[in-house]
Design a protein around this ligand. Structure first.
Ligand code: 6R9
Length: 570
């Protein structure tokens, strides 16, 4: 397919080549108020700065779901996030404490999360679909001291077994079992809207802790600092192309990094109206959201676009989405076919962007002012050097496939993996480079093309799932002896989770058992961790040291040669 040329427009990154040579990240710093004082708080920069700049009456948040329809101005959010910060301080939260937010999308979630950051604590967003063991693993690892949740989700928090978790803030009507419990609404009401709510931080102080999956071990806590906002701000300007009067909608939940970096920080640092839609996906609802709010810039994901592509035509025909001017995607490979369909259905190029939880913000992107090669992730943003490395860490020439790596030292780069120095160091195995775990190649014009993961991490519907966490849970089921989990290619979801299991003596593999195992995973971990397919094997392929060889399972599944089997046990 040919290049898709940019339409004329006043884009904020006009001259990519020139910017790439002249730009340095310190150019961005004078934008923020902290340039003068040396102290910083990202929540202040997101909200209060705009209220102080005379934009207090502008709409900051447009929230809607089946039951609620609300709009909050920057001044209103300034006050409510101040109240939230006061509340956290009053109940004893201190600078650096980990405070989690575990609830469905709502204005309260956004107010609580910014309140945590204002109070100087580290926010830990948890996706609402997590079940008890997934919640426990994350709270335990981070030694979380507090959590904001709803009465409905409380049963999934094993608070009696988490000695560090001393304060539980409930959003909604409830009984309060003991002194650890607080009412969000009562505490908010009792807190002042002004006063010294904001804890002034250093740039390298902690801001957010996002748990994500790797191929081995438990989920890891990716630790980000306030300094990340430099890149959130600048990429939202260049890549999302946000301007003051835009109505912007990012469809991601704050439980995932896209939902914070670009569902909170990116738009609000730029003072832009941010749309949040609660509830589940439906084509009617989504197009309806664009129409209702007049969304101009829309950031979503390939699985969602594929679902919209296969939705009945009338969903699109019945909605007026003419307000859209810029459409973007992230999280998984964006098929050229989807880009082609986007041109037809929306009349817009869908701009792919590449980045990770660990990178904190966008790194390789398509820009409104540049040609798009459908299937390519685009080019590194100014200020970022990306390369393809061979197994020795040498840069490879165009068109050769290797490790996608980024020269270390960008503003939003993770600062650590929580309490796991070894895992953190793994990423920087080649001196000076962050190695992403993705394989890719670069073409002679500098466009990058995604090829796959080179570890076993699964990407299903844009969500990152670690096979190890599922395998560990599978073998907890009484019937399961051993388990190996892989991602199986799927047209709609990119990949689905497939489990191979062997059984303990006395069990036979039946449809009932399969369903029972699926229900077990769903109730213990979460719906998105459930293997859609489970296959029974008498034995699983293992190394001599007893490690299950997922690579071999995958080759079996795809009917491909299994490669080097010299380490396989007989
Ligand atoms: C932001 C986010 C990161 C992994 C990453 C890669 C995959 C992300 C992609 C993409 C192909 C793109 N990924 N963007 N693959 N094209 N444009 O998704 O973070 O949840 O940490 O996932 O997602 O494999 O390594 P995260």
């Amino acid at each position: 397919m040919d290049k898709l040329m940019p339409s004329a427009g006043d884009h904020q990154l006009q001259n990519y080549e020139q910017m790439r040579d002249s730009f340095t990240w310190s150019d961005v710093e004078p934008v923020f108020s902290w340039y003068k004082s040396g102290k910083v708080n990202a929540a202040y920069e997101c909200i209060d700065r705009h209220a102080a700049d005379g934009k207090g009456d502008q709409t900051a948040l447009l929230y809607s779901d089946k039951n609620r329809n609300e709009s909050h101005t920057f001044e209103e959010l300034r006050k409510s996030t101040n109240q939230a910060a006061h509340m956290f301080k009053k109940i004893g939260i201190q600078k650096g404490d980990r405070v989690f937010v575990f609830m469905p999308r709502s204005p309260e979630l956004y107010i609580a999360l910014l309140g945590i950051i204002k109070a100087g604590a580290v926010a830990g967003p948890l996706f609402e679909a997590f079940m008890k063991e997934a919640v426990r693993a994350r709270l335990e690892d981070s030694e979380a001291v507090s959590i904001v949740t709803t009465p409905e989700l409380l049963e999934r928090i094993p608070y009696d077994e988490l000695p560090d978790l001393k304060k539980i803030v409930l959003v909604g009507e409830s009984e309060y079992p003991d002194k650890r419990f607080y009412s969000f609404y009562d505490e908010m009401k009792a807190s002042p809207t002004d006063g010294n709510a904001i804890e002034w931080m250093d740039r390298e102080d902690g801001m957010i802790l996002h748990y994500t999956s790797g191929s081995t071990g438990k989920p890891k806590g990716v630790y980000h600092v306030h300094n990340a906002m430099i890149q959130h701000y600048q990429t939202a300007k260049w890549v999302l192309d946000l301007k003051e009067d835009d109505i912007y909608w990012c469809t991601a939940d704050p439980g995932w990094v896209t939902g914070t970096s670009y569902g909170i920080f990116g738009p609000w640092l730029n003072g832009v109206t941010n749309v949040v839609r609660g509830g589940r996906f439906s084509p009617e609802d989504w197009y309806g959201t664009i129409e209702q709010h007049g969304v101009t810039v829309w950031y979503s994901a390939p699985t969602a676009f594929r679902m919209l592509m296969s939705a009945p035509k009338h969903a699109l025909e019945n909605a007026d989405i003419s307000s859209l001017r810029h459409v973007l995607s992230v999280g998984e490979p964006l098929n050229p076919e989807v880009v082609r369909w986007g041109m037809e259905a929306y009349g817009h190029r869908i701009h792919d962007t590449w980045w990770m939880t660990e990178t904190g913000a966008m790194l390789i992107c398509n820009y409104p002012s540049e040609p798009i090669k459908p299937g390519s992730m685009g080019k590194p943003i100014p200020g970022i050097k990306a390369a393809i490395l061979d197994n020795q860490g040498n840069e490879m020439p165009p068109h050769e496939m290797g490790h996608l790596a980024i020269k270390s030292g960008w503003p939003s780069q993770m600062r650590s993996i929580w309490k796991n120095e070894a895992k953190f160091k793994d990423y920087f195995y080649f001196k000076g480079w962050y190695v992403s775990g993705d394989t890719a190649y670069r073409d002679e014009e500098g466009y990058f093309w995604f090829q796959g993961r080179n570890d076993d991490v699964i990407n299903t519907a844009g969500e990152r799932v670690g096979p190890f966490e599922i395998e560990s849970k599978l073998v907890e089921h009484p019937a399961v002896a051993e388990a190996g989990v892989i991602g199986k290619p799927d047209e709609l979801r990119g990949e689905i989770i497939k489990a191979f299991i062997s059984l303990n003596d006395g069990y036979t593999f039946t449809d009932e058992l399969k369903t029972e195992i699926q229900t077990f995973i769903k109730s213990e971990l979460s719906a998105h961790a459930v293997p859609r397919e489970i296959e029974f094997k008498k034995q699983l392929p293992k190394t001599r040291s007893g490690k299950i060889m997922r690579r071999v399972l995958k080759a079996w599944e795809l009917d491909e040669p299994a490669g080097d089997l010299s380490t396989m046990d007989d």
